[in-house]
Write a protein that binds this ligand. Structure first.
Ligand SMILES: Cc1ncc(COP(=O)(O)O)c(C=O)c1O
Length: 382
C-alpha cells in the first residue's frame, strides 16, 4: 500500500492503527482461484487470522466459506452474515453445548479432531450431521515449530489407525455422515514438499480404505513474504499439487488465513522516544506485543517501513520496542534503519493476519483502531 495513504490514515485516525487494504484481500483471493482453475473447489477463510467484521462481510459477499476454530468465532461469522451451511468447524476442544448448536444449525461440516469427539458427537446428534476426520499425516511442515501442526507429537488430528476405527464406527451410525477428510499441517509453509508428502499420504489412505470422499479439505498454511523473499510458490503448487487433486473426484477445500489477509494489513505506529543508551539505541513506539505478539511469541520478523523522509537521516542499528512493561516487547531487534525522530511514523508490514486477532489487554494498553481502505476511502471498522 502506498506510504502516502498510510500517512493519511494516521493523520485522520491517529496511532496506533491497523490499516487493511481490501483491494489486496480481493486480489489474493483471485490468485487462489487461479491456482485451482479446473478443479471443483471452495476457499474457506480461516478467521483465526483476522475476525474483523467488515473483512468477514466482504469475504462472505465473495462467496467464501468460513473456517471457525471456536464457538466465539462461529458467532462472529454468523454476525457477519455467513450461513451455517458455509461454516467449517475446527478445533480440538469442541464443547458439548457448542456441538449441539452446530448440529442444530446444520453447519457444512464438523472436522472431528479425535475418537473421543466422535463419541461425544454421537451422544448429542439428534439429526444428520456432516463430518470430516482431521487426520494427522505425521509430516514435517518445515516451518517455525510453534506453528507446525502435522507431526504425531502435535495435539491435532488423529493417526490413520484411529481414523480407520472412526470410519468403521461412523459407518454404523445413521446420523453422522462422513463426507471426507481434513488435514492441516501448519502455517507459513514456504516449501511445496510438505504439501506433496501430506497429499500422497492422504491419497494412499483413501486408496487403502476405499473411502468414498465427497470432500478433501487440505487446510491452510500458504506462506507469504515477510520481507525475506520467501513465500509459497503458487506456480509450483499448480504444477505439483493440482494434477493429483484433479484425479480425486472430490470437492477440494482450502482454509487459508494468512495468505488472504496477511499482506493486506499494516500496523501504523508513532515514534514516542528515541532512547540512546551506552549499549543500544531504542526506538520506542506506541504499539508493541499487546497489538502484535508474533515477534515476541515466535520471534517473527515483520518489515518496518519508515513513513518519514529518510534522506537526511543517519542510519544505525536499533531495537524497535513497544510500550509494555515487558522486556520481550520488541517489534524488531537489531535492525538497521534511518534513525527516526519523535513523532515520526512507521508502518509494520504484513500484519493483516494474526495481528489484531491475537491482541490482548495486557498492561491495559488500549487496542488500536482498525481502519479499512476500500480503494476509495478509509473508514473506521466497527
Ligand atoms: C485448522 C486450521 N485451518 C487453517 C488454518 C489457517 O492457516 P493459515 O493462516 O496459515 O493459512 C489454521 C491455522 O493455523 C488452522 O489451524
Amino acid at each position: 500500500m502506498d506510504k502516502e495513504l498510510l500517512k493519511a490514515a494516521a493523520d485522520k485516525f491517529g496511532t496506533p492503527i491497523y490499516v487493511y487494504d481490501l483491494l489486496k484481500v480481493f486480489s489474493q483471493i483471485e490468485r487462489v482461484r487461479s491456482v485451482f482453475e479446473g478443479v471443483d473447489h471452495s476457499i474457506a477463510f480461516a478467521m483465526k487470522a483476522n475476525f474483523n467484521l467488515d473483512i468477514l462481510r466482504a469475504l462472505n459477499n465473495m462467496d467464501l466459506m468460513i473456517d471457525c476454530v471456536s464457538f466465539g468465532e462461529y458467532l462472529q461469522a454468523r454476525k457477519a452474515g455467513f450461513s451455517p451451511s458455509k461454516a467449517i468447524i475446527n478445533g480440538n476442544c469442541k464443547k458439548q453445548s457448542d456441538l449441539k448448536q452446530y448440529v442444530c444449525d446444520g453447519v457444512f461440516a464438523i472436522n472431528l479432531d479425535s475418537y473421543e469427539e466422535l463419541l461425544r458427537l454421537e451422544k448429542i446428534a439428534d439429526r444428520t450431521v456432516r463430518v470430516c476426520i482431521r487426520v494427522n499425516p505425521d509430516v514435517d511442515a518445515r516451518t517455525d515449530p510453534h506453528i507446525a501442526t502435522g507431526l504425531r507429537e502435535h495435539q491435532f488430528g488423529v493417526d490413520y489407525e484411529t481414523a480407520t476405527r472412526m470410519i468403521e464406527r461412523i459407518r454404523k451410525n445413521k446420523l453422522v455422515e462422513l463426507i471426507g477428510l481434513h488435514c492441516h499441517i501448519g502455517s507459513q509453509i514456504v516449501e511445496i514438499e510438505p504439501y506433496q508428502e501430506a497429499l500422497l499420504s492422504l491419497r494412499d489412505f483413501i486408496d487403502k480404505t476405499g473411502l468414498d470422499i465427497q470432500v478433501l479439505n487440505l487446510g491452510g498454511g500458504w506462506g507469504i513474504d515477510y520481507g525475506d523473499g520467501r513465500s509459497l510458490d503458487l506456480e509450483e503448487y499448480k504444477q505439483k499439487i493440482v494434477p493429483t487433486l484433479k484425479d480425486l473426484s472430490a470437492k477440494i477445500i482450502v482454509e487459508l488465513g494468512r495468505f488472504i489477509v496477511g499482506a493486506a494489513g499494516y500496523l501504523v505506529t508513532k515514534v514516542e522516544y528515541v532512547k540512546k543508551t551506552r549499549k543500544k539505541i531504542f526506538v520506542i513506539v506506541d504499539t508493541g506485543m499487546t497489538h502484535l505478539i508474533r515477534p515476541a511469541l515466535y520471534d517473527a520478523k515483520h518489515r518496518i517501513i519508515p513513513l518519514y523522509d529518510t534522506s537526511d537521516r543517519e542510519r544505525n542499528i536499533v531495537d524497535v520496542v513497544g510500550p509494555a512493561c515487558e522486556s520481550s516487547d520488541v517489534i524488531r531487534k537489531a535492525i538497521e534503519m534511518p534513525i527516526p525522530k519523535e513523532g515520526d511514523l512507521l508502518a509494520i508490514g504484513e500484519t493483516g493476519a494474526y495481528g489484531y486477532s491475537m491482541a490482548s489487554d495486557y498492561n491495559l494498553i488500549p487496542k488500536p483502531l482498525e481502519i479499512i481502505w476500500d480503494g476509495q476511502e478509509f473508514f473506521r471498522s466497527s
